[in-house]
Design a protein around this ligand. Structure first.
Ligand code: ZN
Length: 375
């Protein structure tokens, strides 16, 4: 069965996060058939599996997710999101780009590679989850903890997320900025607008601190990373009445940070600014990922050469975009690179990928295996 056919089968198994919808069973069956040992790690509604072929190092791992985001308005889809449909050289369906084509390409590549070279060196593994688009608590993070606890080390990891911008393989991701969110509550004292001396207005208290935070240049980034950015995403205060000073303000913010910053340093700076402006507050912090960066090395070399073989040119190495599960694998010391199809339609209605790109991606993955494990 081709990678295209496998992608189609995966799309027809509806798997809105954290549902897996039978996708992993399909992938695991393919992998078992070519000598992989499967370990399933379900946590509540989340399905995960770890598959490994080989007992020695180095360990090359392919990582990905079977879950997809909701369809959005069905009437805006030109064909049913869970009925894979080919039109004008493109395959349409939810997950066509993010990232069922990537999963199909990596599993098919492994089948072909071990078929041609059953005694490859080292090991190949798959870390597959159905909790990437959701809270990402019971997915890759948990499986990585299990691997860490038993000392199983990933040397190289290829994440099949759609990394490309306009042509398959034009861009790979070699790192991501960190993501830190805060829920801020500013405490004031409610009162009558005509008697501000008996009240404490949390909107007025926060405003100068917020102006400083918003205007602050945290750093200028570096050759690999965009600058750190602080953004308020939500802000609310007020009782609805025009003559009442509110007693409380609630805000949410997010910081995307380059490795120029540290987690503790960011938190301390934000709190220092609030304190200096006399803001009485509480903050709940959420860290959804630390920044990571994979410098040039064996993996990057292998991926670039494999892409060039198929696409005819070297990929651009970027660190832009949102987070991915690479953030959970990189802290173990693994080199992590993301390579996948074009991401222009991900999370949108009429999600699609170029039909030819699925086989091209499969050849790229196979080229990575050959370069790292054929010796
Ligand atoms: Zn994805």
């Amino acid at each position: 069965m081709s990678a295209l056919e496998l992608t189609q089968q995966l799309i027809s198994r509806a798997s809105v996060s954290p549902t897996d919808g039978g996708c992993q069973e399909l992938l695991a069956a393919r992998l078992t058939g070519c000598g992989f040992t499967i370990e399933k790690y379900p946590f509540g509604p989340v399905e995960n599996f770890w598959a490994r072929r080989g007992a020695t190092g180095p360990l090359l791992c392919f990582a990905g997710h079977t879950d997809v985001v909701p369809t959005g308005p069905l009437e805006e889809w030109q064909s049913d999101p869970f009925t894979p449909t080919i039109r004008d050289g493109f395959l349409y369906g939810r997950g066509a780009a993010d990232m069922k084509s990537g999963l199909a390409a990596m599993v098919t590549a492994a089948q072909k590679f071990v078929g041609e070279l059953p005694h490859h060196r080292g090991s190949i593994a798959f870390l597959i989850t159905s909790d990437e688009e959701g809270p990402s608590v019971d997915g890759t993070r948990r499986v990585v903890e299990i691997l860490e606890a038993r000392g199983e080390k990933i040397d190289w990891c290829v994440v099949g997320e759609p990394s490309s911008e306009s042509e398959c393989g034009d861009t790979i991701k070699v790192g991501r900025r960190g993501s830190l969110s805060g829920r801020l509550t500013v405490h004031g004292v409610q009162g009558h607008v005509a008697y501000p001396q008996f009240a404490e207005n949390p909107v007025h208290k926060l405003a100068p601190a917020l102006a400083e935070l918003a205007a602050r240049e945290w750093d200028q980034g570096d050759e690999h990373f965009q600058p750190t950015s602080f953004q308020v995403s939500n802000i609310a205060a007020g009782t609805g009445a025009p003559n009442v000073i509110p007693g409380e303000l609630k805000a949410r913010f997010n910081v995307r940070w380059s490795p120029r910053q540290t987690l503790d340093g960011l938190k301390a700076t934000i709190e220092e600014i609030l304190v200096r402006h006399g803001v009485r507050y509480t903050i709940d912090w959420f860290v959804s990922g630390l920044p990571f960066y994979t410098p040039p090395g064996r993996l990057l070399q292998a991926v670039s050469a494999a892409v060039k073989d198929v696409a005819g040119r070297q990929p651009k190495a970027a660190t832009s975009g949102g987070t991915s599960d690479g953030r959970f694998i990189a802290p173990t010391g693994a080199q992590v690179v993301e390579l996948g199809v074009v991401n222009a339609s991900i999370h949108k209605v009429n999600e699609h990928c170029r039909v030819d790109d699925i086989e091209r991606l499969q050849r790229m993955y196979q080229g990575v295996m050959g370069r790292l494990l054929a010796g």
